[in-house]
Design a protein around this ligand. Structure first.
Ligand code: SF4
Length: 249
């Protein structure tokens, strides 16, 4: 798929309006005025910049998935009965990661919501569909990435304390050490603030380069909006496409 069609696919899947000249079909041959208007400040991304990660993806998942699945089961056992911080008092269940344990991309989200706590799963319902569409626009499925919350229990109060974040940190690091991703995507303000120790505005954090050390290796980190934020503020969906393009380079 060409870069232009990736743009179009993203806009279509996320229900972002696309303006076109009456009577003209949007195609490879149409002048790209639409895209320059919708995504003004971004450099173009080529299909070849995206495809290498997607092409060799399935084989690598197959080759290591059995070992990774066994390791993942051990990590889940160690966290599911955790009572290390006060958040265990209010939870229905611990929410651990889901997706491929051999994923090249790990997505770290905010702490579980009330609905996720009850459902026992991240990105329940509409937020899940939205994130699925974001992945789809770059040729990925939910099961191709690994998604996990930075804190594993839903907060019963309105915020999570630094002590609770710190108590849960090792659970997250266990997952990252086990998966050893090539890239990490942080979705949401709280997770970016905690993991990057960021004090700037959220947009400034989104636009900066960052790394996480995973088993002594510096892994590139990207920051974008959480699907729950996008449901509340749909006008931010266009920024997410820029963030995703940056990650796929
Ligand atoms: Fe344990 Fe993390 Fe849950 Fe706290 S939030 S009880 S550290 S799993």
């Amino acid at each position: 798929m060409s870069a232009m069609n990736h743009n179009l696919e993203y806009l279509r899947l996320l229900k972002i309006p696309v303006w076109q000249v009456r009577g003209q079909e949007v195609s490879e041959t149409v002048e790209p005025l639409i895209y320059e208007e919708v995504l003004p400040a971004t450099e173009s991304i080529t299909a070849s910049a995206i495809m290498p990660m997607m092409d060799d993806h399935p084989q690598e998942i197959q080759s290591v998935s059995n070992i990774a699945t066994a390791l993942h089961a051990q990590a889940v056992t160690s966290v599911e009965n955790c009572t290390a911080c006060k958040l265990h008092n209010g939870r229905t269940q611990v929410i651990t990661g889901k997706g491929s344990p051999a994923a090249k991309i790990v997505v770290i989200t905010e702490a579980p919501t009330f609905n996720e706590d009850v459902a026992g799963e991240l990105f329940a319902e509409e937020a899940g569909k939205l994130f699925e569409n974001i992945l789809k626009s770059i040729g990925y499925r939910m099961e191709d990435v690994y998604i996990t919350p930075y804190v594993k229990c839903a907060p019963y109060q309105l915020f999570i304390t630094e002590a609770e974040e710190a108590q849960c940190h090792q659970h997250l690091m266990n997952e990252l050490n086990e998966i050893q991703p090539q890239k990490v995507l942080l979705l949401g303000r709280n997770v970016a603030k905690y993991l990057l120790k960021a004090t700037q505005s959220f947009d400034a954090v989104r636009n900066q380069s960052a790394h996480l050390n995973i088993l002594d290796k510096a892994v590139s980190v990207y920051v974008s909006y959480n699907p729950y934020q996008l449901l509340k503020f749909p006008e931010e969906k266009r920024k997410v496409w820029n963030d995703i393009k940056k990650m796929m380079k």
